[in-house]
Design a protein around this ligand. Structure first.
Ligand SMILES: Cc1cc2nc3c(=O)[nH]c(=O)nc-3n(C[C@H](O)[C@H](O)[C@H](O)COP(=O)(O)OP(=O)(O)OC[C@H]3O[C@@H](n4cnc5c(N)ncnc54)[C@H](O)[C@@H]3O)c2cc1C
Length: 423
């Protein structure tokens, strides 16, 4: 049996290695147009800032792939023929498969803005983006970033490290408030301004102006302000990369449609990770998960199914963590989903740089959000999974402290305020 995996991100790479553990005999080929070896995409900013080399970002030694008998192909796939079970390679020729895993990830959103394809306009997603950025910053005096979120702030930090002034255009009235609750979003907005970035809220992009050589030279906002800039970062979110399957028999919506075993509608073709959209039953929204650990988790299920076993994906308790400049952000379970009847307890330190939010529904804790406070993942996850009552979580909040020796303790403060609020 020949299993071909398109994509060598966390999803493709995990699936390949797991499959080898489950099936010692099958032939495995993993293909990526971006790089020969799997690397940690979230570390792109550290490569740019010189904190890590590309070599440092590879989770596995190069020899592991040969040892595990996983063939690596560095090329772009340009077409899938699901009847003939063949893939077309950009460099020429075809590659046959018995089973296929599509793990093509995501791509930066572009919304048809005039000038979006000018030189100097780009997203931040992959190694070619990093290369483009290196080149463009050399001739940049000022940069504009369109859209907020986590990638936007990473890009801003990268440009700041080169001494470039950066202005954000954010459509919402507070940074990333479609994800963050109002107070946390205000905290991040304030920190962005304090760090010296320009932040224009309730402001969208109308068009990007180019100069005679086809390079971006300014943006025009939807309030008709003109901001001169030589670099425009487009970080208004990402979408599943379905380019390859659009004209095939494989069904797509926002992503590649899959069931809970990550099978597409076409026999022997699976999809997982950032490119996949799990179709749910009834009124529930389809599931699109686009973070590192969910790619890994889905890959493990895909590997089992590729090996001929039955397996069902369990999304578990949602978790995400990131940094907004120096501010750590952690979220567990359901936060800011505005579930009917949900209630919130929110504590913020007087210095405005630390907060804890506990979300509960009918006395059961369903979500926790922390800013500038690090809690133990497994403790928070267990409370939510075990549907612990609010009283229990308040009594045991100190147990969540990540490492009392190194991290300041805010739990007593927060608990006292929470208890007062509940009286
Ligand atoms: C800048 C940045 C920072 C991030 N930070 C975090 C973070 O802190 N925490 C977190 O949880 N997540 C983070 N993410 C998201 C995380 O990186 C993704 O969720 C994860 O990489 C998705 O893995 P994947 O394997 O599904 O797809 P990808 O990593 O996108 O891999 C897809 C691969 O498929 C290849 N490919 C696509 N099409 C073709 C084709 N036609 N032919 C051949 N190859 C193809 C691509 O070249 C790519 O190598 C970040 C993402 C970015 C861009």
């Amino acid at each position: 049996m020949h299993v071909v995996i398109i994509g060598n991100g966390i999803t493709g790479a995990t699936a390949a290695l797991e499959l080898r553990q489950l099936d010692h005999d099958c032939k495995i080929t993993m293909i990526s147009g971006e790089s020969k070896y799997h690397y940690a995409r979230p570390a792109l900013m550290y490569i740019f800032m010189g904190h890590m080399s590309y070599q440092d970002t590879k989770p596995h030694a190069d020899h592991i792939w040969e040892e595990q008998r996983i063939d690596l192909v560095r090329d772009w796939i340009t077409g899938i023929d699901t009847d003939a079970k063949q893939l077309a390679l950009h460099k020429g020729g075809d590659l046959g498969y018995d089973k296929l895993l599509i793990a093509t990830g995501a791509k930066s959103n572009k919304f048809g803005w005039p000038g979006q394809d000018l030189e100097g306009v780009q997203g931040l997603y992959d190694l070619p983006d990093l290369q483009r950025l290196h080149e463009t910053v050399q001739r940049t005096r000022q940069a504009v970033i369109v859209g907020g979120g986590l990638i936007g702030i990473e890009l801003a930090e990268m440009l700041h490290s080169c001494g470039l002034p950066v202005t954000f255009l954010v459509r919402e009235d507070s940074y990333w408030n479609n994800i963050l609750p109002a107070e946390e979003s205000r905290m991040v907005s304030r920190l962005i301004r304090e760090a010296g970035f320009g932040l224009k809220l309730e402001t969208g992009l109308k068009e990007i102006e180019g100069d005679d050589s086809g390079r971006a030279c300014a943006v025009i906002t939807d309030t008709d302000e003109r901001i001169e800039c030589q670099l425009v970062g487009l970080t208004a979110g990402v979408s599943p990369n379905t380019d390859l399957v659009k004209d095939t028999a494989i069904d797509t919506g926002r992503g590649v449609f899959v069931d809970w075993s990550l099978r597409t509608n076409v026999p022997d073709v699976l999809a997982a990770g950032d490119c996949a959209e799990i179709v749910t039953e009834g009124d529930a929204r389809n599931l699109l998960q686009q973070v590192w650990y969910t790619g890994k988790r889905q890959a493990r299920i895909a590997a089992q199914v590729l090996a001929g076993r039955e397996a069902i994906y369990d999304p578990g308790i949602w978790y995400n963590s990131a940094k907004f400049l120096d501010l750590e952000y952690h979220t567990y379970g359901q936060v800011n989903l505005c579930v009917p009847d949900e209630q919130n307890l929110y504590w913020e330190h007087a210095n405005g740089n630390h907060s804890i939010r506990i979300v509960y529904l009918q006395d059961r804790v369903i979500g926790i959000n922390t800013m500038g406070v690090r809690f133990h993942h497994r403790v928070c996850e267990a409370w939510i999974a075990e549907q612990r009552p609010l009283d229990y979580v308040l009594e045991h909040l100190a147990d969540a402290n990540f490492d009392p020796e190194f991290f300041r303790r805010f739990e007593a403060h927060a608990t006292a305020q929470f208890k007062e609020a509940l009286v």
